[in-house]
Write a protein that binds this ligand. Structure first.
Ligand SMILES: NC(=O)c1ccc[n+]([C@@H]2O[C@H](COP(=O)([O-])OP(=O)(O)OC[C@H]3O[C@@H](n4cnc5c(N)ncnc54)[C@H](OP(=O)(O)O)[C@@H]3O)[C@@H](O)[C@H]2O)c1
Length: 323
């Protein structure tokens, strides 16, 4: 396993992290989840991502139980706040009230004393940035969190957050969590250049485009039962963003290139993400032990510039997104 610093900051995380969206505490049985976490630790994965909103707190509860037996210093725990957690007017967003209350609620669900990385799940245009920066700094001063970060924040907002935090004498965000994969190269336009300049790390979500880039789906065929694509309760984003014949065919081309290198399509797709200098880690998700084993192996893969460029050519950045 390889480890990278989160941007310019002192925290070091494995290039592969394990996430829990739709999986741990939701669609994955407890014994499979336990085995995935064991494989993670055994292979050197040292960080885990979750969110308060994943299955309304159940993902945090399940992940917390699985991490409980491990020394606290052996892992980095990241969770999120912003998404609605109840019907009330203060049950969502990035106000001081909601962030403060959800931080405590997350700590209880996780059975932890502190969160390593507390992430704003999305921007909240209705709360002044100043208020969110201040509460994150206060939570850090109280020892409830160590670092704070963002997810899917645009480049301009990240710049503003760093500028304002400096003016206020507060901690700036250290890490952003964007959607990024061969099928979603948008962050290369503005977010990656800005985060590189600001010293903010990037931990990537949906690096396999919800599984499409594992090449397990056959073009022209319905998705097999038991996959995310086949489940209407889980597949909306996948169908909206990635499910085209062309993408399924291209995933097969990734599998061919990967085969020549002794890799799987999933491993090559993850390794491609990790080749970008703005990227700190890929957050993987697994519903099966075999997937977990497949994905963690990318921690040992070094991709040549030649293969990287070949994949870039196969999945070009839309011209509208050029920096
Ligand atoms: N910040 C955000 O807004 C946000 C949004 C989404 C996710 N996340 C985080 O990012 C993590 C990863 O996101 P994601 O689940 O969308 O990632 P992904 O890697 O794009 O998709 C994971 C899914 O693909 C399938 N899969 C994974 N590895 C495979 C393999 N080796 N071979 C075949 N199929 C494989 C599995 O689904 P099936 O077996 O069901 O097909 C798995 O659940 C989440 O757990 C969460 O922590 C954050």
């Amino acid at each position: 396993m390889q480890y990278r610093q989160v941007g310019k900051w002192g925290l070091r995380i494995s290039t592969v992290g394990l996430g829990s969206y739709l999986t741990i505490g939701m669609h994955v049985d407890d014994d499979v989840a336990a085995e995935c976490v064991k494989i993670a630790f055994d292979s050197g994965v040292n960080w885990f991502d979750t969110a308060n909103a994943y299955n309304k707190g159940q993902a945090e509860i399940a992940l917390g139980k699985l991490l409980k037996g491990h020394p606290r210093e052996s892992f980095v725990l990241a969770t999120k706040v912003w998404a609605p957690m109840g019907p009330g007017p203060n049950d969502r967003g990035l106000s001081a009230k909601h962030v403060f209350e959800q931080c405590d609620a997350s700590l209880k669900r996780l059975q932890m004393d502190y969160i390593d990385l507390y992430q704003c799940h999305r921007p909240d245009p209705d709360t002044p940035l100043e208020e969110t920066i201040r509460i994150m700094d206060d939570l850090a001063r109280r020892g409830k969190i160590l670092y704070w970060g963002t997810s899917e924040w645009p480049a301009e907002l990240l710049q503003q957050a760093c500028d304002l935090a400096r003016e206020m004498g507060c901690r700036p965000p250290v890490c952003n969590q964007p959607r990024y994969s061969l099928l979603w190269r948008n962050p290369e336009g503005h977010v990656f250049p800005t985060t590189l300049r600001l010293g903010i790390g990037n931990v990537l979500f949906s690096p396999l485009a919800h599984g499409v880039l594992s090449a397990k789906y056959e073009p022209g065929q319905p998705p097999p039962a038991g996959t995310r694509a086949a489940d209407e309760t889980q597949n909306k984003i996948m169908m909206d963003l990635y499910w085209t014949e062309e993408n399924l065919r291209k995933a097969k081309q990734v599998a061919e290139i990967a085969g020549d290198l002794g890799l799987t399509a999933a491993q090559l797709s993850l390794a491609w993400c990790l080749h970008h200098p703005a990227v700190t880690s890929v957050i993987t998700g697994a519903t099966k032990v075999e997937q977990m084993k497949d994905n963690v192996a990318v921690g040992e893969v070094e991709l040549s510039d030649e293969v990287y460029d070949k994949l870039c050519d196969l999945f070009p950045v839309p011209a509208s997104l050029a920096p």
